[in-house]
Design a binder for this molecule. Structure first.
Ligand code: CAA
Length: 254
């Protein structure tokens, strides 16, 4: 097993577990991850997913040993890395809780999550250029959308690694916390998100992601339609009723 999965209330915590290779991401890990999370994605009792690694490594990249001997024909035939999009497409909010190395595919996996909470000891980078290749799990696209051309080019062309503080400054990371607080802070954020109506949370992340893919006018129309649709939910009625009654809302995900 390459994963350790735990369910705490409405939060699912997934720990990548290949310590001997710093959680290098091979095809088996990807399949295991997607197969484990797909059924949870549609479970109304799962409100947030936290993906984490070890203290030393979130993930040190795609598994170099697995791919090094492959031919271009193998890569094309297998559509290598395409399966990761099923992880990105999960609709339940996802938090990456990153300690240690998040390099190459590790950084790309973190970017597929909706938020990155980093330990102050975390290191990010896209060092694929040092291996004679380029990022292949969305790095050139997601990193550029997140941090802009100047920083994306800097990281992808030089392969240099950055610390958590710089990652936060350039907009890659949502929050930096002391390393010994990482698990608690990530869980608290996940619990907060999981405490809201899941339909609203799914719509919120979907609309924010849409902003990275579309023009402003289309994005605003998309958001407005999603906003309107939420008025068909019991959670909208309950949330607004609770506000008027000056009490805490109790969301049911309906
Ligand atoms: N793939 C396979 N094995 C890896 C790995 C990876 N990405 N990263 C580390 N490992 C293995 C090492 O080979 C080593 O195994 P052995 O003991 O059998 O030699 C073990 O993990 C421990 O690693 P190190 O001894 O290298 O540990 P270190 O502390 O000296 O260095 C490190 C840590 C700087 C992260 C270094 O391991 C490293 O540079 N790793 C590769 C980082 C990288 O290039 N990532 C990008 C991969 S390509 C990619 O991700 C493509 C894409 O876009 C998806």
């Amino acid at each position: 097993m390459r994963l350790k999965i735990e369910r705490i209330g409405r939060v699912v915590r997934v720990r990548l577990h290949r310590p001997e290779v710093l959680n290098a991401l091979d095809a088996a890990l990807m399949t295991e991850l997607v197969d484990a999370l797909a059924p949870l994605d549609t479970d109304p009792d799962v409100g947030c997913i936290v993906v984490t690694g070890s203290e030393r490594a979130f993930a040190a990249g795609a598994d170099i040993k697995e791919m090094s001997g492959k031919s271009a024909a193998d890569m094309i035939a297998e559509d290598y890395f395409a399966g990761w999009e099923a992880f990105a497409a999960l609709r339940t909010p996802k938090i990456a809780a990153v300690s240690g190395y998040a390099l190459g595919g590790g950084c790309e996996l973190a970017m597929m999550c909706d938020m990155i909470i980093a330990a102050d000891t975390a290191t990010f980078g896209q060092p694929e250029i040092t291996l004679g290749v380029i990022p292949g799990i969305g790095g050139t696209q997601r990193l550029t959308r997140l941090v802009g051309k100047a920083k994306a080019m800097d990281l992808i062309l030089t392969g240099r690694l950055i610390d958590a503080e710089e990652a936060e400054r350039i907009g890659l990371v949502s929050r930096v916390v002391p390393a010994d607080r990482l698990a608690a802070e990530a869980h608290a954020a996940a619990e907060q998100i999981a405490g809201y109506g899941k339909l609203a949370a799914m719509a919120a992340r979907d609309c924010v992601d849409r902003a990275l893919e579309t023009g402003l006018a289309d994005g605003i129309r998309y958001e407005r339609r999603a906003f309107h649709a939420l008025f068909a939910t019991e959670d909208q009625k309950e949330g607004m009723r609770a506000f008027r009654e000056k009490r805490q809302a109790v969301f049911t995900g309906k």
